[in-house]
Design a protein around this ligand. Structure first.
Ligand code: SAM
Length: 276
């Protein structure tokens, strides 16, 4: 933190979040506070805003700045086949169970720019399930969803993603799934066919379908305990009987009041099955 900027107090943080809620209708009040403060501090430094007063003024009057604010607060970091072992376990322990259904509905909640959605589509294709699948991919942030819809990622990442793909148990040739053009990797349109991208706010929006598998990875970690409970309740309402829930490596069902409804499929990969 630079010396000119005082640390943001709890009161200031609450005041900024209240303003955001009133002006834009986004409720970030139940996000984990310490990381929120850090991110807000960073925005102030990057935009040369000397105090919370200036931050509030800019938020009130500059809608484009608000979009940057949301990007920073919501953390969009992602990658293809992130935590390859998770994908390996998904392939071995969950996909075979989904094969018995005539059609499969999947929800990626908090999908960011879509790298995990394309990863799963590749896996479903290799398991012969893609044609029978509908993949709903949602996020609070419209900017990242536009990137996800395009399915064009930075070519420089493909080397790492190839290693992830192999470690995840990929059975084909990763480079067959995209065309390289200049510095871009353009993913095949066949992968996109079952995908539906849409804005959905996990804090405020309701269940919109019944799914065989819900993936919400590296999202709950930014929420407080109360909000984690609320969001997992939403997933429980949105899963078919015996549907699967996948969380991120640092996440769990610990704060969910009805966690006995789930059976643990893999403790390490945070894979759960709704059994009651
Ligand atoms: C760190 S990324 C995780 C991306 C991907 N799931 C992964 O594991 O690589 C967190 C995503 O959650 C989204 N997010 C944060 N709050 C949300 C909310 N209330 N509703 C829906 N998405 C939200 C962010 O916009 C961001 O794209």
């Amino acid at each position: 933190m630079s010396r000119e900027h005082k640390e943001i107090s709890q009161e200031d943080l609450s005041a900024v979040l209240e303003l955001v809620q009133k002006r834009y209708g986004f409720d970030f009040t139940q996000y984990a506070r310490s990381s929120m403060k850090r991110r807000m501090q960073r925005i102030m430094e990057n935009f040369g805003l000397p105090s919370v007063f200036e931050l509030k003024h800019k938020l009130l009057n500059d809608e484009l700045f608000f979009e940057v604010f949301v990007e920073e607060i919501t953390v969009n970091v992602t990658e293809m086949f992130r935590d390859p072992f998770f994908y390996k376990e998904l392939r071995e322990k969950v996909i075979p169970q989904l094969e018995s259904y005539p059609s499969v509905k999947i929800w990626h909640a908090g999908c960011s720019s879509g790298e995990e959605v394309y990863s799963l589509a590749i896996m479903l294709h290799e398991c012969g399930l893609l044609e029978r699948s509908r993949i709903y991919a949602t996020d609070i942030n419209s900017q990242v969803l536009n990137r996800a819809r395009a399915g064009i990622f930075d070519l420089r990442h493909m080397k790492d993603y190839t290693l992830n793909y192999i470690a995840a148990g990929g059975t084909g040739n990763f480079s067959d799934y995209y065309t390289a053009k200049y510095d871009q990797a353009i993913f095949k349109k066949e992968l996109k066919e079952p995908m539906i991208f849409s804005i959905h706010n996990l804090v405020a929006d309701k269940s919109f379908n019944e799914f065989n598998l819900i993936l919400c990875r590296n999202v709950l970690i930014y929420f407080n305990e109360h909000l984690q409970n609320q969001v997992i309740s939403l997933f429980s309402e949105s899963l078919c009987p015996f549907g699967y829930l996948a969380l991120g490596s640092k996440e769990s069902l610990l704060f969910y009041h009805d966690r006995d409804r789930y059976e643990t499929i893999s403790r390490m990969s945070k894979l759960f099955k709704l059994v009651r």
